[in-house]
Design a protein around this ligand. Structure first.
Ligand SMILES: [Zn+2]
Ligand SMILES: [Zn+2]
Length: 399
């Protein structure tokens, strides 16, 4: 066969693609456009199949060596701009398809995409083509009906049945790759980076999603912000529960050192220190001081309680009465239950406010932060309710 006769169908395809590109399809009805898109996709699948078949011949004949390349993988990277991993996958697939004839035919007929066939190839690499052959007809059928993610999930189920030891070994290998980095920038931001195995990732995701809940009306936080808040809340709840092992003879907790002037917001008062090194703004100190299990150390003489004494500001009996009255966060449209809240002092105890029912209300962490750190105000209404006033001066009645 001469070279020109051999290449002519390819020239036809090239010309057909050029005509296709010139066609203006904007006037077509949507149903016709949908049919065209499916047909184009099928054509792409068939061309991918042809590419893979011809690549296999090229592989067997070591055609790549003629142009001075050291390997077919290198040739694919240079000439078809594949990544190393994608090149290796495609070469392996070409070899595997010789032993998976039903998959090869479905690929050539455009019923399976290159991605789907790649999923079959990865499964074959894990369990061996021979083990896969009895299930091949079912795989081809499912591959034509499921999207790539669903299909991959199905093949992994099959993999666990056919090769439980291999699945265990893979899970162990993933487990060995786990790590978590936590570092602080000069600006004070903490960076978290890491990776978890599937079991660990699912555990963390499940816990965070339980804390995140469903976004409430008026919650403008992004998904990432909500997740970050959930992680902090998870740590806070664990510390509050007091069930973590002791370190240096003490239950772990945040350790806040401040002077009375800081709590009273006196001009020129120094910042507080969290855990002996992090400097925190004074409104944050007042928020912590409202109702948190922390250690307040007295640096100057003032009625702050005994030095170094861990204290819960609101005693349990008063907390119970508060929970009966407020039944959760009192911020408008907030549904966080009592166990997710702090008791906020309307008039801070550092300013002489009493720790008693009339001077307290429950706020979830986010809304407690809003009141202290973000400039919102809460006032008592004459009828006994609450009023929340934004920094811009707009007011909302609390529930
Ligand atoms: Zn407060
Ligand atoms: Zn709230």
């Amino acid at each position: 066969m001469s070279a020109s006769a051999w290449s002519s169908p390819l020239e036809d395809v090239t010309q057909a693609i050029a005509s296709l590109i010139r066609e203006d399809t904007r006037h077509l009805p949507s149903l016709a456009q949908a049919e065209r898109l499916k047909e184009i996709r099928q054509g792409i699948n068939r061309l991918e199949a042809q590419f893979t078949t011809e690549l296999r011949v090229f592989d067997q004949q070591q055609g790549w060596a003629v142009s001075g390349h050291q390997s077919l993988q290198g040739w694919l990277r240079r000439n078809c701009l594949f990544s190393s991993a994608a090149a290796a996958d495609r070469i392996r697939l070409g070899r595997q398809l010789e032993e998976l004839p039903q998959t090869a035919v479905a690929f050539q007929e455009g019923r399976l995409s290159a991605q789907h066939v790649g999923v079959v190839g990865r499964l074959a690499a894990q369990v061996g083509t021979e083990a896969l052959q009895p299930a091949e007809a079912d795989l081809v059928r499912w591959g034509g009906e499921l999207d790539t993610w669903e299909f991959r999930h199905l093949t992994q189920r099959l993999r666990h049945c056919l090769d439980p030891e291999g699945a265990q070994a893979d899970a162990n290998a993933l487990h060995e790759k786990r790590h978590l980095g936590l570092s602080q920038s000069w600006q004070g931001l903490y960076f978290l980076e890491g990776q978890l195995d599937e079991e660990g990732g699912e555990l963390v995701r499940t816990a965070l999603e339980a804390i995140e809940g469903v976004p409430q009306a008026g919650d403008s936080r992004s998904k990432g912000e909500r997740r970050a808040d959930a992680l902090v809340e998870l740590a806070r709840r664990q510390l509050d529960a007091g069930s973590l092992p002791e370190r240096a003879g003490q239950k772990p907790h945040l350790h806040l050192v401040c002077e009375c002037g800081t709590l009273r917001q006196e001009p020129g008062a120094p910042p507080a220190e969290l855990n002996g090194e992090v400097l925190v703004p004074r409104e944050m100190v007042r928020r912590y001081g409202c109702d948190a299990l922390l250690t307040i150390e007295r640096k100057s003489e003032a009625p702050l309680g005994e030095a170094g004494r861990a204290r819960r500001v609101v005693p349990p009996s008063l907390r119970r009465a508060l929970q009966r009255r407020d039944r959760g966060c009192r911020f408008p449209d907030c549904d966080r239950p009592p166990e997710w809240t702090d008791a906020h002092h309307l008039k801070h105890w550092a300013d002489g406010g009493w720790t008693e029912l009339e001077n307290l209300l429950l706020l979830c962490r986010r809304h407690h932060r809003r009141v202290h750190d973000e400039g919102w105000r809460v006032t008592r209404e004459e009828g006994g309710g609450w009023r929340f006033i934004s920094p811009a001066g707009e007011g909302w009645p609390g529930p």
